[in-house]
Design a protein. Sequence first.
Length: 297
Amino acid sequence: MDLVALADFNLVAKHGGFGRAARAAGRPKATLSRRVAELEADLALRLFERGAPTLKLTEEGRALHERTRVLLTEIDELAAAIATGGDRPRGRLRISAPVLFSQTAMGKLSAGFALKHPEVRLEVTTEDRAVDMVEEGYDLAIRVNPDPDASLVGRIFLRDRLVVVAAPGLIRPAYGATAPAIVRGPIEGPMIWTLTSSAGRSSFAADPVLSLPSLMMVREAVRAGVGAGRLPISLVKQDLAAGRLVPWGVLDGPDIALWTLYPSRRLLSARVSAFLDHLKEAFPMGTADELAAHIGG
């Protein structure tokens, strides 16, 4: 495959037309059109719908654009790094992060990173779904307890744990009794919460009286005394210290593990390495106490 023709195809796809691409790149429109036509002939595929009022990618063209634009960008950046004889972080860094971590920690982390690495253009998106890093053009993803994926390389950088907390005025239920609860996600009827505290292990039936879409909202409702809630200790540590909330115990189950993930077939760029180092500096031990201090600082 002709890489020059492929680069011209991606240029046209990015700008949505031959004329706009030619003006943006300072290249003749006829040259771009010829290169794309040659690429289509080589592949025996139609990459653009030319009969439409505006130039649109065909299904095959969209797939080719999504799969090759990131690779071509990496080649350009690698060539630039070699030409300048340095490995200083530069270029665009796209990160996908979960909602709660983004709301509580990514603002401060991103600002600190931008100050240290002004040549990197950091772009953070917030979502809890498992993104397709290659298809969607992400350099790094932060995920909570992700499913195994052979195409990704990852490591844990933070650990947290779920605790059950309530407002001081809410009476803690006796063993096996029922208490009102606030949950994230759909209400599915009473559930058994098993806890470990200084008094030992105990269980009670949590009756979901309120369902909310985010843990930040759950915390606010728990503070108001509506019911008990399951929340990360890092998110409520200050409330517990101030007496706004009281602990009922640590919830049974695995710890919350936050992972950094990146595609295994991709060389680790200087900007990704720099962000991983930045996370290590922010959370050297990877503990919930460090995250709580970061949130409250």
